[in-house]
Design a protein around this ligand. Sequence first.
Ligand code: DAH
Length: 339
Amino acid sequence: MKDALEKIQRLVDEKISEVRQQKEIEDIRIKFLGKKGELTAILKQMGKLSAEERPVIGQLANKVRSHIEEAIASKAEEIKNAEKERKLKEETIDVTLPGKAPKVGKAHPLNFVLREVEEVFLGMGFDIVEGPEVETDHYCFEALNMPPHHPARDTQDTFYINDNVLLRTQTSSVQIRIMENRKPPIRIISPGRVYRSDAVDATHSPLFHQIEGLVIDKGVTMADLKGTLELLMQRLYGKDCKIRLRPHHFPYTEPSAEVDIMCFNCGGKGCPMCKNEGYIELLGSGMVHPKVLEGCGIDPEVYSGFAFGMGLERITMGRYNINDMRLLYENDVRFLEQF
Ligand code: DAH
């Protein structure tokens, strides 16, 4: 019996040393220590032993049992640690690896230039205001000194909702809305969409954007208009940029002027870009017509003011040397990525 016990111990040691998985340990425990296990089977025969032999063998049997239990426990611990070690290795994060750069979007060139313009005017104390795109005839034409059969309406054919309601052709409508609701001094710009019944080509689109400007105060002159626009253009096109005011006609300003910028391509000498003019037309402007002021309840004997309206597309195209307006609306990322 002593031999049998020692043999079991050897066998267990041998088997345990070969174990690789937790489950195998359990099999060993059942095989030797379980109810029908080998050690248990031997212990069941203890009754057959003589009184002298019994304590000796009993002691040995207990020793073998605790040996097996310890061996099982320490192997189980070993496997658990090895498993933990393996998991840690597997889940290691290498913080020194370069990260995946997220794709960062950026502002559309039209928005980018708009923000620049807004910043210049905010710096000069202007408010940025908005007006409706669906507008009444009154704000879009009538109050701007363009009565129903005024020829200036011909160049601004638009989309009518009904005889009186239309998609605005110009942001000048916002001038009236502001003058009707605010007391001078007024200093605003108003960017937004405008609509005209034009076919799409390199320089036309039925939807485009304007930025309107309006200043009303005591003693405002044409010099303020010129200084304001010169500052804007120098901020957009560089310190050396020159502008010129050319007489023009708008029904809502008197006098009126178109503002040109010296061609950045040829510096005023004349080239295909400026159609040999040396200058490129950028916007319309003038001193607000007394009739318009009066119509809004502002006394033209006390107050004067200037206004201007520019096409955002045109200044953006000039800024980035873009020669086809359609590129700004097609949303081709290959094009937009360049700015
Ligand atoms: N509304 C004009 C246009 O769409 C631009 C313009 C001209 C705006 C003169 C003004 C102005 O405020 O005073 O062509």
